[in-house]
Write a protein that binds this ligand. Structure first.
Ligand code: UFG
Length: 338
């Protein structure tokens, strides 16, 4: 397939581009580079020996997007592009609503114009809000999101769902990611956060490299086995392969469909730190801090539906992910800014 990947220079996007190319698909990337670096394109080429076509720009720039659809006969779109910092979204809600919603609306409008009927949307477990039971299945209630970023993921699902009602020819797959970690085994691409990392794994790797003195553990008084928050950490390459599986099963999975992409296994903050230390032989000093506002005690997926309907399961272990995150960080201490 010829696949348009919006946000294809980002962390999950770049790993997905690699897997698409190695599975024989053709890739066209759109990215405004607002949270990514052009260097990632060279790295993708080194890994795959293939050159993805790249356009720098914004998805909501309709003339720009139309030009790309005119130039290339696109079969399917994977829509990653979006702002994703939870804290910033609370400070700047309009920035998030404008960017994350308008891009989807313009994308659907242009897809309609060019008769492109296959879409994979980058959704998140955040759409489940504050869940009351674990593990989470795709049938569990969504909404009740606790920040504008999460609200945009939820609202985008609604927009795409309603679009599918009006367009029965559509195949639209919502992939609800749990917590992606790890990096490509080559150590050439990985997560490259700007400024202080919001997420746990990039914070751990920056402590390991000596960039930060210690890890702040946000709360050890949750009702969990060791008091720290539990999440479902999934290797980013497994996540990327979930996108390939989604595209390749779209004929069967027509209409609007939703899949959780996780491992089905919860891991606490302290367990992840212990796994990282064991995998890499490094010590991570830590300090217990108060809870971070908006955090939930635990969050992990039931992935039965993905297994049966996508034929996909996560196969990489937590130790693999810890080793791969560290390989990326230690080979690229400044990320893509060498
Ligand atoms: N944590 C720390 N210290 C840190 C960072 C995180 O203790 O420096 C803890 C958090 O309190 C939480 C766990 O590590 O218990 C995971 O936190 P992350 O920030 O890595 O991930 P979240 O589960 O909070 O957020 C992720 C995605 C969001 C998404 C959310 C829900 O980053 O995009 O899952 O799906 F919205």
């Amino acid at each position: 397939m010829r696949v348009l990947v919006t946000g294809g220079a980002g962390y999950i996007g770049s790993h997905t581009v690699v897997e698409l190319l190695t599975h024989g698909h053709e890739v066209i990337i759109i990215d405004d580079l607002s949270n990514s670096k052009k260097e990632v394109l060279n790295r993708i080429q080194t890994i795959t020996q293939k050159v993805p076509t790249f356009y720098q720009g914004q998805v909501q720039d309709e003339p720009f997007l139309t030009q790309i659809f005119t130039t290339h006969s696109i079969d399917a779109v994977i829509h990653f592009a979006g702002y994703k910092a939870v804290g910033e979204s609370v400070e700047k809600p309009l920035k998030y609503f404008e960017n994350n919603l308008l891009s989807t609306i313009v994308l659907l409008r242009v897809m309609e114009q060019f008769n492109v009927h296959k879409l994979v949307f980058s959704s998140s477990a955040t759409v489940y809000g504050t869940p009351t039971k674990m593990p989470l299945t795709e049938e569990d209630p969504i909404g009740g999101t606790t920040n504008p970023y999460g609200a945009t993921k939820f609202m985008n699902e609604l927009i795409i769902k309603d679009y599918c009602v009006a367009h029965p020819e559509m195949a639209a797959t919502m992939l609800r990611y749990f917590n992606p970690i790890g990096a490509h085994v080559s150590g050439l691409i990985g997560e490259d956060p700007q400024g202080i990392p919001n997420n746990l794994m990039p914070f751990i790797t920056q402590v390991a490299i000596g960039k930060r003195p210690e890890l702040n553990v946000f709360g050890n008084d949750y009702p969990t086995r060791d008091g720290t928050g539990i999440r479902d950490y999934i290797h980013v390459v497994d996540l990327a392969l979930g996108h390939v599986a989604s595209l390749e099963t779209m004929q069967q999975n027509k209409g609007y469909v939703v899949f959780n992409l996780g491992t089905g296994k919860g891991t606490s903050v302290l367990e992840l730190v212990a796994a990282f230390e064991q995998a890499n032989g490094v010590k991570i000093p830590l300090r217990i801090q108060p809870r971070r506002s908006g955090d939930i005690a635990e969050n992990y997926a039931d992935c039965t539906k993905s297994k049966h309907e996508l034929g996909w399961v996560a196969t990489r272990s937590l130790i693999d992910a810890c080793r791969d995150s560290w390989r990326w960080q230690s080979k690229n201490p400044k990320g893509y800014n060498q």
